[in-house]
Design a protein around this ligand. Structure first.
Ligand SMILES: CC(C)(COP(=O)(O)OP(=O)(O)OC[C@H]1O[C@@H](n2cnc3c(N)ncnc32)[C@H](O)[C@@H]1OP(=O)(O)O)[C@@H](O)C(=O)NCCC(=O)NCCS
Length: 202
């Protein structure tokens, strides 16, 4: 479990099915412009039953070392509830030691810095115990809120990928952001950097 203030990252559980499905179904318009989508209607692919397959995939990727998937939770008023997702995926070891970060949050808690905190926790975990050296994030140019997340964390903008991923019915360009472990080690890690940035914003 990775914790910073009210933000908790933990492995998914089978018992997350109902909460996961409720959030995903309630956030269709919020999430679908930015995510790749498997065949089937939104409600079907985000049903409690579909979570079994999502969860099985996540467990498999964690077991094989392909990914580090985390449920993002908020602890408030003595309760802990699922509010989002962060994953370090497509991990390649050997001479790369790299991975891609993906994320989303429930629109009902957007704008509170939950995902920057979650990404900082996940990246520090990936650079530390996870043994990775490079993290990339690819974002559609139109996705200003997501670009703000990586800009606030100090990711470097370093690529423009034309027709990179099939999202919301078309091949979408993406901006490539990246960071290597050397860039944050002297600052005490990405979470320490994020705290400084957040505190200076007031
Ligand atoms: C991108 C996303 C994960 C950001 O998460 P978050 O926890 O809200 O992140 P932050 O609180 O740092 O807010 C990021 C930006 O969102 C915008 N924002 C703030 N409040 C907002 C709100 N209520 N609704 C929408 N956007 C808001 C602001 O531009 C903010 O940047 P700022 O801090 O410079 O003002 C979230 O908007 C989301 O889930 N979007 C849909 C899915 C998605 O885009 N996933 C990423 C694909 S690359």
């Amino acid at each position: 479990m990775l914790v910073d203030g009210p933000v908790v990252l933990r492995p998914y559980r089978r018992s997350d099915a109902l909460a996961w499905s409720e959030i995903r179904r309630a956030n269709r318009a919020w999430l679908s412009p930015w995510e790749s989508h498997v065949p089937g209607s939104w409600d079907e692919t985000n049903s409690p039953a579909a979570f079994r397959f999502v969860h099985a995939d996540q467990r498999k990727s964690a077991r094989t070392g392909d990914g580090m998937p985390f449920a993002v939770c908020l602890r408030e008023n003595g309760e802990e509830r699922l509010v989002g997702h962060v994953n370090v995926g497509s991990i390649v070891r050997r001479a790369f030691c790299s991975g891609y970060v993906g994320y989303w949050v429930d629109s009902r808690v957007a704008g509170r810095g939950v995902i920057p905190t979650a990404v900082a926790l996940a990246v520090d975990h990936a650079f530390g115990p996870g043994g990775l050296h490079r993290i990339e994030v690819n974002i559609r140019p139109e996705n200003q809120p997501s670009r703000r997340v990586v800009e606030k964390l100090g990711f470097r903008e370093e690529a423009y990928h034309v027709r990179y991923m099939h999202i919301d019915g078309a091949w979408r360009d993406h901006i490539g952001y990246a960071m290597t472990s050397e860039e944050v080690v002297a600052e005490g890690g990405l979470l320490a950097r994020w705290h400084r940035v957040r505190d200076n914003r007031g």
